[in-house]
Design a protein around this ligand. Structure first.
Ligand code: ASN
Length: 312
């Protein structure tokens, strides 16, 4: 059996430099070779470097497309894929791959580390070994393997900035795979998606600006789906409707999700065309907006559909 590891960068393959940790070619490759040589993992693993290797803080939707297209181009030659990635935006990329890879029928395992492989005591070796092994055992779909857990690629979020056990997953949901007769990779364009969080007394000037300038809005609303009934917010939502741009809402609460209509204080959202993001993570909602905007059909219908178990 043959597998492909796509290395994009991130702490896992970094070394200490005078400016702090930075990616370096050769670190992940050496560990994969050592794990294969020791017999800890079976099957053969080829490596594809997506250069320049990035701190994932610098990743963009173009980079999501690059990973998806490597998988699509090499799909027939391999039985599964590992993507090594920085943890800061790993959850965005994992969700983006779920939306991009329609008809995926092989496992794609996304992983990284909180401490570089080049540093003693790194969690990278364990995460890498678990991921290489998961290519043999995981069901098809996009998964995140981290700190001993295999998690749904479109329902995961980074919840800790220092601990090894840095990711949490929203339980449940259909498998992280978009059904289709054969693999079809959808690429991402250069859409401008604004993320706007509600806060008590917040000035709505930036809402107006975003409604005027952006291609879509992602609202981080309160609790189970409420927002201040301010004239400024209403004006911004009406402007977004006039311009025909999608406005999607998710809860600021990391758990439980939202349901528009639970409270009267959510009417401002429901009455002005806001789409209920249910229990989607911010990361999945942001990637889904980018996906919907590069989709040839109606973006609103796409946003209302459950594509790969991203919401329950
Ligand atoms: N800044 C790093 C990255 O996202 C963090 C990490 O990988 N642990 O590339």
């Amino acid at each position: 059996m043959a597998y492909l590891l796509i290395h994009t960068g991130g702490t896992i393959g970094m070394v200490q430099t005078e400016n702090g940790f930075a990616p370096q070619v050769g670190v992940v490759e050496a560990e994969v070779a050592a794990l294969q040589k020791s017999g800890d993992v079976t099957g053969s693993f080829d490596i594809h470097l997506l250069e320049p290797l990035l701190d994932s803080a610098n990743a963009s939707p173009r980079d999501w497309s690059r990973v998806a297209s490597v998988i699509a181009e090499r799909y027939e030659s391999y039985d599964g894929f590992v993507v090594t990635h920085g943890t800061d935006t790993l959850a965005y990329t994992a969700a983006a791959l779920c939306f991009a890879l329609e008809g995926l029928a092989k496992p794609v395992i996304v992983t990284g580390a909180m401490l570089p492989l080049s540093v003693p005591g790194s969690d990278g070796k364990r995460n890498l070994l678990d991921s290489l092994r998961a290519t043999h055992t995981a069901p098809h779909g996009v998964w995140v393997q981290f700190a001993g857990q295999l998690m749904h690629g479109a329902r995961v979020r980074k919840s800790h900035s220092t601990q090894f056990d840095a990711f949490r997953v929203n339980e449940g949901g259909a498998p992280p795979v978009q059904v289709g007769p054969r693999l079809k990779a959808h690429s991402y364009g250069d859409a401008d998606v604004a993320i706007l969080a509600m806060a008590p007394g917040l000035s709505t000037g930036m809402f107006q600006y975003a409604a005027e300038q952006s291609d879509a809005l992602l609202l981080r609303v309160y609790g189970s789906g409420t927002a201040p009934e301010s004239a400024g917010l209403v004006r911004a939502l009406r402007r977004a409707q006039d311009r025909g741009i999608p406005v999607l809402a998710v809860s600021q609460c990391p758990e439980g999700g939202m349901a528009l209509g639970t409270y009267a204080a959510g009417a401002v959202l429901r009455d002005n065309g806001v789409i209920d993001g249910r229990d989607m993570t911010v990361e999945a909602a942001y990637a889904k907006l980018h996906h919907a905007l590069s989709w040839p059909g109606d973006p609103i219908a796409r946003l209302n559909s459950r594509l790969c178990g991203e919401f329950i």
